[in-house]
Write a protein that binds this ligand. Structure first.
Ligand code: TYM
Length: 342
């Protein structure tokens, strides 16, 4: 279905479940902007319904939705060229998710590592939403008939499930209706790790603020977090081979390469044999140079919530005009009466 000459339609989303991090920027937002600037049709979403799968304080959630929207804009998403909105304003996502819940199998959901990690040992107490989360994610994508989905490596399994759901739907109803999407997980570094532990991913919800760099951190905070980042006692490796067993070195060098838009090879050439302290001081300088314009633009946007709400509202109208016909067609395919919404 997805031949290379076909027009790509991009969809991706970010949860407003805390302050966005450097990982969200490097492996998601930065790529979203590149795809927009390459002229693709892009739909980008603040997935607020997903954030609710774990408890969110209502006032904090409302702020986080606007904060995430500000991050998209500050990173370079242009709401004229791309569709930018928040999920709950387009009910077609939740409606299609119900239908896809009836297509997806319990066994498929039970294998999702993110559910296992987030639910932890207390599975009985996890919300049902946390378990069925991947159906909503599939609905987010399929309700736009998106063809390509840029994400970090941690979302790969969810996108495989989206493919399985689309294939099963098409098979059950003997139609070629939903595109079998292609993940876009490109580059040498597709997973950014915690600054405190190179074997765990950097996450907005990690208990330690020192594990991550937030997009709103000041230059001093960035410097302090990088200075305190875990390292090992050896000089930095100079080749891909020597990175084996050195997760902290790999992580900091990988972050440097992404921020500098350079290859891992050239970063290894530059820092091979040097001490962590040198990498840390150059990394701080680079991170501050890249993030400072983004955080100051986010601050400016945050001062005008009315304007942010207006942008999200107009994005939601455009998103609805794409999603609603797909939802109505889905109702028709499965044998429901099409609703007569205006
Ligand atoms: P979320 O909000 O956790 O993360 C948003 C984006 O940032 C990427 N990311 C990372 N990449 C590399 N290293 C990390 N440490 C790291 N942390 C986060 C994520 O891969 C993601 O691209 N389920 C999704 C949101 C979602 C979605 C969708 C994405 C809902 N519906 C439809 C794509 C399409 C999530 O929780 O992302």
């Amino acid at each position: 279905m997805n031949n290379p000459t076909e027009k790509m339609r991009i969809f991706s989303g970010i949860q407003p479940s805390g302050i966005l991090t450097l990982a969200n920027y490097l492996c998601a937002l930065k790529r979203f902007v590149e795809l927009q600037d390459a002229g693709h049709e892009c739909v980008y979403c603040v997935v607020d319904l997903h954030a609710m799968t774990v408890w969110q304080e209502p006032v904090a959630l409302r702020n986080a939705i606007r904060h995430a929207a500000a991050a998209f804009l500050a990173a370079g998403i242009d709401p004229q060229r791309s569709i930018l909105f928040n999920q709950s304003q387009v009910p077609a996502h939740a409606e299609l998710a119900w239908i896809l819940n009836c297509v997806a199998r319990m066994g498929w959901m039970g294998r999702m590592t993110q559910f296992k990690e987030k639910a932890g040992k207390d599975r009985e107490n996890a919300s049902v939403g946390l378990f069925t989360y991947p159906s909503l994610m599939a609905a987010d994508i399929l309700v736009y008939h998106a063809t390509h989905v840029p994400v970090g490596d941690d979302q790969k399994q969810h996108l495989e499930l989206t493919r399985d759901i689309a294939i099963k739907f098409n098979h059950d109803y003997r139609l070629d209706f939903f595109p079998v999407i292609e993940p876009i997980i490109e580059g040498e570094t597709t997973r950014i790790m915690s600054l405190r532990d190179g074997t765990r991913k950097m996450s907005k919800s990690d208990a330690s603020d020192y594990s991550r760099i937030n997009l709103t951190d000041t230059a001093e905070q960035i410097a302090k977090k990088i200075r305190r980042a875990r390292s090992d006692p050896h000089p930095l490796p100079g080749s891909e081979f020597e990175l084996t067993g050195r997760p902290e070195a790999r992580n900091l060098l990988g972050i440097y390469a992404l921020l500098a838009n350079s290859s891992m090879e050239s970063v290894l050439d530059r820092f091979g044999g040097k001490m962590f302290s040198q990498l840390k001081s150059e990394l701080t300088e680079l991170a501050v140079a890249v993030l400072e314009p983004i955080s100051s633009e986010m601050k400016r946007l945050a001062d005008d919530p009315t304007e942010l709400d207006r942008i999200l509202g107009s994005g939601a109208e455009r998103a609805t005009s794409v999603a609603e016909p797909v939802l109505q067609k889905t109702y028709d395919i499965v044998g429901l009466l099409q609703s007569r919404r205006p």
